[in-house]
Design a binder for this molecule. Structure first.
Ligand SMILES: [Zn+2]
Length: 416
């Protein structure tokens, strides 16, 4: 039997902060509550279904002083990242993305021949590999012990720690300054941003560059991507709060990319680039500095939930079979927030072996291999991996030719 356990808020392994993690202000306004919710990547084995599942508040706040959108309930990183399941090398789109990133860095900045490249959250070394191919020295920092071992086995020097000021001092003693430090999937996950940046400043060469990549807040707001909000993601950045943060350390944000934002940060204060000025203007026009923007977003998310649940229930009443497509972390935010369980979805199909045979956190929907989806196709499938919608529609065109339909939940529930 599957079903939802009694909801119990975890008593330990998380803290609630009362100040903004960028500017320290207490002018924080809650504009969206998605929880309480279990951790988005805590898939359960069958024998864990009856046990108490820890739930944590999932509330989103806006700081009216520096405009950072953030979570204040911080789940211990030890719980979230010590045994991490996501391996970068396994993802083809990620590899292509990294190749572009490396070109961008090499073209824009001069790196000395024996320069050191440090990657924070280096995972299995996929990004570092692109640099070591160019003959550069590399060093990875990866807190997940299982993944750090994997990287070491592939020949990448890896420090198995969370990055901090202390960690930076230690690395500096042993390896000297870094020409480039990268944080492509870790900055938004960090609670102590000040300690992190102090560490960066200490380790980075005076003419070195710190490269950050984070999802862009404006996309989240415009596309109603509320399901990308989960406990691992503590900050939802726009350019303005990033500039605010680095100015405290006399560091300057240099050029910026669209989509997810790629930010180059340097020590030498230069004039603000035109690109930054243009982006700040866009953010101002989008009213990212106004609480009203976020209150409206919260209302839209609630209305999306109502529409989606109504659509699914209407279909279910017609007697159709519905499954979920892709057992993603963001899918778990959506399922838990909308309370979509096995009364609606028979199962979720997914290609990731370690998720197959497990149950989703909170709603306890079984995860089956994708063969199940192909062998006995459902009438409808809720696309939980909507960020790969184009690839999936292409891959499953036979399913659709045979009358199968997908339900796209975001930004507006839609049957395709
Ligand atoms: Zn703030």
């Amino acid at each position: 039997m599957t079903g939802i356990n009694k909801i119990e808020i975890a008593k330990d392994n998380f803290t609630h902060r009362t100040t903004c993690r960028v500017c320290g202000s207490e002018k924080l306004h809650k504009f969206l509550s998605l929880g309480p919710t279990p951790l988005a990547n805590s898939f359960l084995r069958e024998n864990q279904l009856e046990a108490v599942e820890p739930y944590y508040p999932l509330d989103v706040y806006f700081c009216s002083n520096c405009y950072l959108v953030q979570l204040l309930d911080v789940v211990s990183p030890e719980v979230l990242f010590k045994e991490y399941a996501y391996v970068t090398g396994a993802s083809k789109p990620m590899q292509a993305h990294f190749t572009g990133l490396v070109e961008d860095v090499i073209q824009n900045f001069k790196i000395s021949e024996d320069g050191l490249i440090v990657d924070i959250g280096s995972n299995d070394g996929t990004l570092l590999q692109c640099f070591s191919k160019l003959g550069l020295q590399t060093l990875g920092i990866e807190p997940a012990s299982n993944i750090a071992r994997l990287a070491e086995a592939k020949g990448f020097r890896t420090v198995n720690e969370f990055f901090s000021e202390k960690c930076a001092v230690k690395i500096h003693e042993e390896h000297g300054n870094a020409d480039v430090i990268l944080a492509t999937n870790v900055f938004a996950h960090t609670d102590d941003l000040e300690g992190f940046v102090r560490g960066i400043k200490y380790l980075l060469a005076d003419n070195g560059t710190f490269v950050i990549e984070v999802p862009y807040l404006l996309n989240l707001l415009n596309n109603l991507e509320f399901d990308t909000i989960y406990h691992e993601h503590l900050s939802y950045f726009a350019v303005y709060p990033l500039i605010y943060l680095f100015r405290k350390f006399n560091m300057e944000v240099v050029p910026v990319h669209g989509g997810s934002i790629r930010v180059f940060v340097q020590k030498a204060a230069k004039q603000q680039s035109q690109r930054v000025t243009a982006l700040l203007l866009i953010e101002q026009e989008a009213k990212l500095d106004s609480l009203k923007t976020y209150t409206k977003f919260g209302e839209e998310v609630y209305s999306l939930k109502e529409k989606l649940v109504k659509l699914l229930k209407a279909l279910k009443n017609e007697g159709v079979r519905i499954t979920g497509y892709g057992a993603t972390a963001k899918g778990n935010t959506l399922l838990n927030y909308c309370k979509i369980g096995t009364d609606i979805l028979d199962y979720i199909s997914d290609t990731t072996p370690f998720k197959q045979g497990c149950y989703t956190p909170g709603m306890h929907i079984p995860v089956f291999p994708e063969e199940e989806f192909h062998e006995d196709p459902p009438d409808y499938s809720l696309l939980l991996a909507w960020n790969y919608a184009n690839e999936i529609l292409q891959k499953e065109r036979k399913y659709r030719q045979n009358g199968g339909k997908f339900i796209l939940p975001i930004p507006e529930p839609k049957v395709i």
